[in-house]
Design a protein around this ligand. Structure first.
Ligand SMILES: Nc1ncnc2c1ncn2[C@@H]1O[C@H](COP(=O)(O)OP(=O)(O)OP(=O)(O)O)[C@@H](O)[C@H]1O
Length: 453
């Protein structure tokens, strides 16, 4: 069963960031924003781990540690401290806390403490118990798969179920989705769920191969078969033998190349350009497209027989807009990636940026989100990404959603009003409609925020 974690943290953004980080790694997380709420929650449920801030507005982490030890002695406790509080934290360890972690910290550091403790617990349990749980079967995702975000939205859960379901079969899968939604990542996951996972995964961008050399790229060639063929060359099919060949942007293949590909798939045999010998190949084909292939078929641009061969099973990857519930998991994942690659320690987004990200439609999907975060992390000199480093298109996009309007914070409100005005071409009646407020209220707010038009 997943470990139950209780976080006590009055900084909402930080608590949220830790929660999504830990939930993505399979923990069940409950958050309390105050000592009072924490005490009530501790009394009502059994947690494996309590992670509490040392300084709370209405309580102290040390007192909570004592309370937890009395009420729920099996719960382990980690304290989060500021630099100046390390002495107190050391006292807490003496009182029986598992560990302390100094703020600011990266969530991975916290995870390391949790995992180190679990390993200690497991190894001591293995000595006691004679029957050890069987290890995971070979068809489980490899560590490669654990590198991607599964998501919590219904759309993500469904499509990830499909990946798992079709992975171990030998079916050809057509992966459809907008640009940047993660089609290649999905193809790699299918490969990793299959028994072919120890063989090659060869990805080919069909849009980037000139049609004149496509046959040689796919099937290889022998030395001297055409000008420039100075050596024998293996093609993608041979390179992927026993494994998986991923044809990205498959709709871009020329009609002639489609015929050659179909033949290779039907016969499971290829002939390198200039060779008289055929070679047997055992390759699973996964393909991806961000265009409507059926439309291409009906327009005579894509062969119907090839379409059906590639599409033994089809998977649609939802756009980021269709899985907004996953947005913060992806943000946190890309933030960690950016921190690692840039050697930075940015812990999250400021409230205003959070709001802007929620309101943006992310037409470039995960790739765009990843790029925006990396750029922002590079430009950020504090712990939270500020509004100033966010690209203009994200701030002033035409995507202010009525349902996401949240007037709880002044800074959010001002930003939302600016977005709506921009979307409405500065027509106040339209902007008021977008914001779901009356024109009069909008005028009052423009005055309040001194927005001059
Ligand atoms: N589930 C995921 N978890 C973490 N990162 C992801 C996930 N899916 C995609 N990404 C990242 O998002 C970016 C875009 O993914 P990918 O290249 O697979 O998209 P694509 O749909 O194949 O793009 P295109 O249509 O341009 O070929 C990559 O940097 C990838 O690492």
């Amino acid at each position: 069963m997943a470990q139950q974690i209780h976080i006590v943290e009055d900084d909402v953004a930080f608590g949220k960031m830790l929660t999504s980080f830990l939930e993505r790694r399979g923990f069940n997380v409950t958050v309390s924003l105050s000592g009072e709420k924490a005490r009530k929650t501790i009394s009502e449920s059994n947690f494996d781990l309590l992670i509490t801030d040392l300084k709370l507005p209405d309580d102290s982490g040390l007192d909570l540690l004592e309370f937890s030890q009395k009420t729920s002695p099996k719960t382990k406790v980690i304290l989060m401290t500021g630099y100046a509080e390390v002495d107190t934290a050391v006292k807490a360890i003496k009182k029986g806390a598992l560990d302390y972690i100094s703020k600011p910290f990266r969530p991975e550091e916290l995870l390391m403490i949790i995992e180190a403790d679990s390993q200690n617990t497991e190894s001591s349990e293995e000595h006691i118990s004679e029957t050890v749980e069987p290890k995971q079967p070979a068809s489980q995702p490899t560590s490669e798969n654990s590198k991607f975000v599964i998501g919590i939205s219904e759309a993500s859960k469904k499509f990830n179920e499909y990946l798992k379901l079709v992975g171990p079969t030998d079916m050809c899968v057509l992966i459809q989705g907008e640009s940047g939604t993660g089609k290649e990542v999905a193809a790699k996951a299918i490969h990793n769920y299959s028994s072919r996972k120890d063989k090659n995964f060869v990805a080919v961008d069909c849009g980037a191969i000139p049609k004149e050399i496509a046959a040689s790229e796919f099937f290889g060639h022998v030395k001297g078969s055409f000008t420039g063929a100075v050596n024998d060359k293996k093609g993608h099919f041979e390179a992927a033998d026993g494994g998986t060949l991923f044809l990205d942007e498959v709709g871009n293949l020329s009609y002639e190349n489609q015929i050659q590909l179909l033949r290779a798939l039907q016969e499971r045999r290829i002939k390198p350009v200039g060779s008289n010998t055929e070679i047997d190949v055992d390759v699973r084909i996964l393909s991806a497209t961000n265009e409507d292939l059926l439309k291409a078929v009906s327009e005579g641009k894509f062969r119907e027989d090839l379409y059906h061969r590639l599409n033994e099973f089809s998977i649609h990857i939802p756009s980021l807009h269709e899985r907004k519930e996953d947005l913060f998991l992806f943000i946190e994942y890309f933030l960690n990636e950016a921190n690692k690659s840039l050697g930075k320690e940015v812990i999250g987004l400021s409230k205003e940026v959070e709001e802007a990200f929620k309101n943006y439609a992310w037409p470039g999907n995960l790739r765009e989100l990843k790029n925006v975060i990396k750029r922002s992390v590079l430009l950020t000199n504090s712990h939270l990404i500020p509004l100033e480093v966010i690209p203009r298109e994200v701030l002033f996009s035409a995507n202010t959603k009525k349902e996401t309007v949240d007037f709880s914070k002044e800074s959010n409100e001002k930003q939302l009003i600016l977005n709506a005005l921009k979307e409405a071409d500065f027509n106040k009646t339209k902007a008021a409609k977008l914001l779901n407020i009356t024109r009069k209220t909008l005028y009052n707010k423009l005055e309040h925020y001194q927005i001059e038009l």
